[in-house]
Design a protein around this ligand. Structure first.
Ligand code: CTP
Length: 403
């Protein structure tokens, strides 16, 4: 069985001595059944002619940003969304720099800017270039934006030295591409409920009590699950994040509203990820008009809110249940307590002893806690953290077959 049957792949080739290996990569992709279109930069053309790629792909090779496709549309706008995957091999330090800096002065970098497909970048360059501050920053920025990297490998380099910088082998690039495409569909048919953001418990029409939460983690999970094919419903407290496309959004304000919304949806889902920072207390009564300043201040009487996860567990709804535990001390012990008391399969534990590093930040450091043990991850972007949480959910709890 061909592993890339019916897959449309756009292969971007930038200029370096490793271009000849991209020819072999193209041959392997075609052999696996992929329909491959090649885009070359001007410098790539100096190493291998477009004719070689054209002959192997059986598709015209494009090099010019201003050429019109047969249907009369501008080619760089058409392609990025049509491809199941874009592979850039070899990716020079220069093209990586353009991608990371928003420069679009040739067809390949323009395609990247208009990108709507997953991308796999296989860098190839001199080892000192690979380690240079600019390239290190550019690669980390692209990873944060969701780009996937394979290699570079270590070995002899074209410039006569040895080190890290060789283009990864065509076989390894192919294997990574296949794994990525598979992951792109590994949540197809899954109904997932995600909560995000903090809730607001109003004291009067202008003041509320709430938990610190930007909503970024929950939104990153919802978007990542959507990209992996899940049918996602996001119940969200107030946030500044624009609603992601293709996700059912339910906007709520208070913990009670979130509880009602979640309980109404949870009966029909395969898994729930509660990333929301639900306020634990709300004012017993809410003033109808703005409370005016009083000498000596005011006292608020607060009552405990319903625990949404506990209610779901009790009702036996929500499917596989994933909770979060934001803790300032005894991270693992507290997370484990929540795992047990709330009837969860997995707790994503967050150390918030340095709150500014988590709340509102684009990075997170998580430990995945389960009954049998825990796994700690290094600081990563919230997008990458979303990916490791979903990987675990899919591999351990939702996987239907082992193929
Ligand atoms: N949670 C919930 N309902 C609540 C409060 C929290 O479902 N009323 C969920 C959160 O969305 C999170 C998990 O429970 O997934 C843990 O939330 P956290 O605020 O860390 O814990 P609490 O249960 O509120 O306990 P404490 O504040 O005492 O640490």
């Amino acid at each position: 069985m061909k592993r890339l049957q019916d897959k449309k792949i756009l292969l971007g080739v930038s200029g370096g001595i490793a271009v000849y290996k991209a020819v072999e990569l193209l041959r392997l992709l075609v052999k696996e059944g992929a329909d491959v279109s090649v885009v070359m930069t001007k410098n790539a053309e100096r190493f291998v002619t477009p004719l070689t790629f054209e002959t192997l792909s059986l598709n015209p090779v494009r090099t010019d940003m201003f050429s019109m496709s047969e249907r009369g549309k501008i080619s760089h706008i058409e392609d990025p969304g049509l491809a199941d995957l874009i592979i850039v091999a070899p990716a020079t330090g220069n093209i990586i720099g353009k991608f990371a800096s928003g420069i679009a002065d040739d067809l390949l970098s323009t395609i990247f800017m208009a990108l709507a497909s997953p991308i796999l970048i296989a860098p190839a360059m001199n080892n000192r270039m690979w380690r240079s501050p600019a390239v290190v920053r550019n690669v980390s920025r692209l990873k944060e934006w969701g780009a996937n990297f394979v290699g570079p490998a270590t070995g002899d380099l074209a410039c006569g030295t040895a080190g890290e910088g060789r283009l990864e082998t065509p076989e390894n690039i192919l294997a990574t591409a296949i794994a990525l495409l598979k992951k792109g569909e590994d949540m197809a048919g899954i109904n997932l409920l995600v909560t995000a953001g903090g809730t607001h418990e109003y004291i009067d029409p202008v003041r509320f009590i709430g938990n610190r939460s930007s909503g970024k983690m929950g939104y990153a999970i919802a978007s990542a699950a959507k990209r992996r094919g899940a049918n996602v419903t996001l119940v969200t407290g107030p946030t500044d994040i624009p609603p992601p496309e293709g996700i059912n959004i339910v906007q709520v304000t208070s913990a009670n509203e979130m509880c009602e919304a979640v309980l109404a949806i949870a009966g029909g889902v395969d898994a729930t990820i509660m990333a929301a920072a639900v306020a634990d207390f709300s004012p017993v009564s809410q003033a109808g008009s703005k409370i005016k300043k009083e000498e000596g201040g005011i006292s608020l009487q607060l009552s405990k809110n319903r625990d949404i996860l506990k209610e779901m567990s009790k009702a036996g709804i929500g499917g596989v249940m994933v909770g979060f535990a934001a803790e300032t001390e005894n991270l693992i012990a507290n997370a484990r307590k929540k795992l047990k008391e709330k009837g969860l399969q997995l707790v994503v534990a967050n150390d918030v002893s340095e709150p500014d590093k988590v709340f509102g930040a684009d990075t997170n450091k998580v430990v995945l806690v389960e009954a049998e043990g825990e796994k700690e991850f290094p600081t990563m972007s919230k997008r990458e953290a979303a990916s490791v949480i979903l990987d675990r959910l899919v591999q351990r709890y939702l996987k239907v077959s082992n193929d």
